[in-house]
Design a protein around this ligand. Structure first.
Ligand code: C2E
Ligand code: CA
Ligand code: CA
Length: 773
């Protein structure tokens, strides 16, 4: 439901309610007016009646007063000549000239004896005994004017005392008149009247002839209003109970009642006056009602029109607002969608961590750059940058630090290039830079700027980190004309830079492609070599400098390459580490050397401990443990003559992880020696926890002892450390007597180095062992 419609509906309902109230009000008001009118008329009816009653009472009294002063009458009473009292003529005169009809007289003497009655010839009887008012008059003569019920009817009555010329009370005159004339007068005013006498007076009305009795009530109906009488007959109590007026709609009369009390102050008579409703003028009232309704209808129409206008205007505005809102929403949604798609595009083209462009965007920009360079005959450069030792940072400090470092590095990179150059992150620690419109010299300047920027250590989450880049460069169009070629060649150049010792840059050239080819060949060759048994273990003796006896042998791998001749580890071990082939190589050496050891021990050679170099890649390989168990079991080797050498730098990248594996190695009885000790930043806490048995001082520290004080101090410290930790100690790369002297003097008697022997073939080693047993 629309808002406009709701407003209109509510308006309509309100209007209807108002209309309803107004109608009720008008009806009420009309009823009030009618009531008022009835009240008015009924009051008028009663007033008229009261006025007539008063007039009649006065007339009756006046006649009595006049008669009481009549001298003739006085004289006749004084002389007691009652027979001469003739008042009939007077009665006739009154009937003829006044409104007094049916008027009677009675003369009573001072003793209460009725001496004259105008309606009968009966006289001489004493009424003072039967009539209280007469007795009262005799005792206390006084004018009396009342309405009373006589034997015949209800009457107006007046009693006046008669005095002689000396003022002595000699008698009284009583005048009586019926109500009939009064009723006929009311009739002329349009009222129909019944006179009802209370049933208490029934006994008094012994000679009544003009009225009838209903339920003991005497009802006089002088005008013969049969209709009214019939109504009255049916509900007497109802009529006698009327307080002010009653409307009898059914019969079409307005009734009012005038009640008169007797001397005893109880109701004596009821004058039931009625007026036909048809004779009451209600036109004014109906007119008023009609006018009100007319006004109401007009107001209603006016309000309805107003409401309709309001509704239409409102509805239009509502529709307009709706439209505006809709437009706004659509606009907003469109905007949002645009924003989202922008965001999506941004995400699709940017690296989430550094917000730099990603590889996709970089390739895109490179494409554009190439197009442009082609058109303008310009050149452009692609820099491929790889962070040196980033993995170590990640392994040592965790990924959070690694991530933060990458962000900081990205910022520094950005600060080194122009705005229209592109810096992108295309992999873990790999960044690329696109330099437009450039030449070799400018490229070198940019790279040096980058190296410069990288010199300052990074402060990442409170840790100070040094890191460098290895950079490879390819140039359009000499090094390629397609994005892929340029990127690949820059990558190749970067590898070359890495190989030539990190924190360096290298331009791409054809030989680098050859290098890649070489690497592929090497991979193949190693696999083939392992299969064909081209690898051979050489053994370098370890000597106790004080006794000159063999304390052990270190197995060192040699490769009898079919075309290249004897190859040393440096030519294939780092590569094998990089590509993962080291796992296979170590497996080969382990099996081979254990077999040799078992053989030699069986032959009675004093081998001491035979140590084998194992890469952590091998240690952490899934089946290393089971492999080692199986080997020990199968070969029946005495593991106390077996030792594994693990590089300190490798073990310390994740010592927690190594601990488990080292424990299981130890549980087999195999010793563990930490190789190249002093280069890998061992934490003392881990050193204490690791289940190792020996530290091997790295050759680089031994090289310049005793002449180099720093190295000498380091060597001494390492020896002390081993002592304190209860570990064996050995020095490698020992070539001179001076070195031996220094080492022995400071507590390191076990020596490995060219001074005693280089690594020897199996046969050579057997000779050496026999000599130094
Ligand atoms: P490394 O474990 O530190 O082995 C000692 C290296 O120093 C050997 O070089 C050895 O010939 C050389 N050396 C011994 N005494 C002297 C000396 O007095 N002066 C000089 N200048 N050098 C001396 P090599 O055999 O070329 O081995 C190089 C590295 O290759 C080894 O260093 C070791 O890390 C790795 N390696 C050799 N064989 C294996 C192997 O079977 N498995 C693994 N994972 N690594 C191996
Ligand atoms: Ca070693
Ligand atoms: Ca070593």
């Amino acid at each position: 439901m629309s808002r406009g419609f709701r407003v209109a509906l509510v308006g309509f309902i309100l209007l209807s309610i108002i209309f309803g109230f107004f109608y009720i009000y008008t009806t009420q008001r009309m009823n009030d007016l009618k009531t008022k009118k009835y009240l008015e008329i009924s009051k008028e009816m009663r007033n008229d009646l009261e006025l007539l009653i008063q007039e009649k009472s006065e007339a009756v009294l006046l006649v009595a007063l006049t008669l009481s002063e009549d001298q003739t009458l006085k004289q006749l009473i004084r002389k007691k000549e009652y027979s001469k009292l003739m008042l009939q003529d007077l009665s006739k005169l009154l009937q003829k000239y006044t409104s007094l009809q049916d008027v009677w007289f009675q003369v009573i003497d001072k003793d209460g004896v009725s001496v004259y009655r105008s309606w009968t010839s009966q006289k001489g009887d004493n009424v003072a005994n039967t009539r209280l008012d007469v007795a009262k008059m005799i005792r206390l003569p006084k004018v009396m004017s009342t309405i009373s019920v006589s034997k015949f009817d209800m009457t107006f009555k007046a009693m006046v005392p008669i005095y002689d010329k000396f003022g002595r009370f000699i008698g009284m005159i009583e005048t009586l008149a019926k109500f009939d004339s009064l009723v006929s007068k009311l009739e002329t005013k349009g009222y129909k009247t019944l006179i009802v006498v209370d049933k208490r007076y029934k006994r008094q009305l012994t000679r009544s002839s003009s009225g009838i009795f209903i339920d003991g009530y005497y009802v006089a109906n002088p005008q013969n209003n049969e209709h009214i009488l019939k109504i009255f007959k049916n509900k007497i109590d109802y009529f006698l109970d009327i307080d002010v007026y009653e409307v009898d709609e059914a019969n079409g009369y307005l009734f009012s009642v005038l009640k008169m009390d007797g001397i005893d102050r109880r109701p004596m008579a009821y004058f039931i006056i009625s007026k036909p409703l048809s004779e009451i003028d209600m036109r004014e009232i109906y007119q008023r009602r009609d006018n009100s309704i007319k006004i109401l209808v007009l107001v209603f129409i006016f309000l309805f029109i107003l409401l309709y206008i309001v509704y239409t205007v409102n509805y239009k505005r509502f529709i307009q607002e709706r439209n505006e809102m809709l437009e706004y929403t659509v606009e907003e949604k469109t905007h949002e969608l645009q924003k989202q798609s922008k965001k999506m595009q941004y995400l699709a083209h940017h690296d989430a961590l550094t917000t730099l462009p990603n590889k996709n965007l970089f390739v895109d920009r490179l494409k554009q750059g190439i197009k442009h360079a082609k058109r303008e005959h310009k050149s452009l450069a692609v820099l491929f940058l790889d962070l040196d030792r980033f993995k170590e940072v990640n392994d040592t400090y965790g990924h959070d630090v690694g991530d933060e470092l990458l962000k900081s590095v990205a910022n520094r990179l950005l600060s080194c290039v122009r705005e229209d150059d592109t810096v992108a992150r295309i992999g873990g620690d790999e960044f690329t830079v696109l330099l437009a419109n450039t030449d070799q010299v400018s490229v070198v300047k940019v790279i040096e700027k980058i190296f410069d920027a990288m010199q300052k250590p990074f402060l990442v989450l409170g840790i100070e980190i040094h890191t460098t880049f290895s950079v490879g460069v390819s140039i359009y169009k000499q090094d390629g004309e397609h994005p892929d070629t340029l990127l690949r060649n820059a990558d190749t150049a970067m590898y070359k830079a890495k190989d030539s010792g990190k924190n360096t840059y290298q331009f791409y050239n054809e030989q680098m492609t050859a290098l890649v080819r070489e690497r592929l060949e090497l991979d193949n060759d190693i696999r083939n070599g392992l299969r064909k048994g081209e690898f051979e273990a050489y053994y370098q003796p370890k000597i106790d400098a004080t006794t000159l006896r063999i304390v052990g042998l270190e197995a060192l791998i040699r490769w009898n390459h079919p075309t290249k001749g004897l190859l040393y580890p440096v030519e294939f071990i780092p590569f094998a580490e990089e590509v993962g082939l080291i796992v296979e190589i170590d497996k080969y050496m382990l099996e081979h050397c254990v077999k040799q050891l078992v053989e030699w021990r069986a032959a009675g050679y004093q081998t001491g401990k035979l140590s084998i170099n194992v890469s952590t890649k091998k240690l952490e390989s899934e089946d290393f443990r089971s492999e080692l168990y199986r080997l020990v079991e199968k070969s029946h080797v005495d593991t106390k003559y077996l030792e594994l050498e693990i590089l300190e730098s490798q073990i310390m990248t994740d010592p927690e992880r190594s601990i488990d594996i080292l424990r299981s190695i130890r549980s087999l009885g195999i010793s563990i020696s930490i190789d190249d000790f002093g280069t890998g930043y061992s934490s003392l806490s881990y050193l204490k926890k690791l289940p190792v048995s020996q530290l091997k001082i790295d050759r680089s520290f031994v090289l310049d002892v005793p002449s180099d004080e720093d190295d000498a101090a380091i060597v001494k410290t390492i020896i002390d450390l081993a002592k304190n930790l209860g570990l064996e100690i050995i020095a490698e790369g020992v070539e001179s007597e001076g070195q031996i002297e220094f080492l022995v003097q400071h507590g390191c008697r076990n020596i490995q180095g060219y001074y005693y022997s280089k690594a020897l073939s199996k046969a050579e080693c057997e000779v050496f062992m026999k000599k130094h047993a």
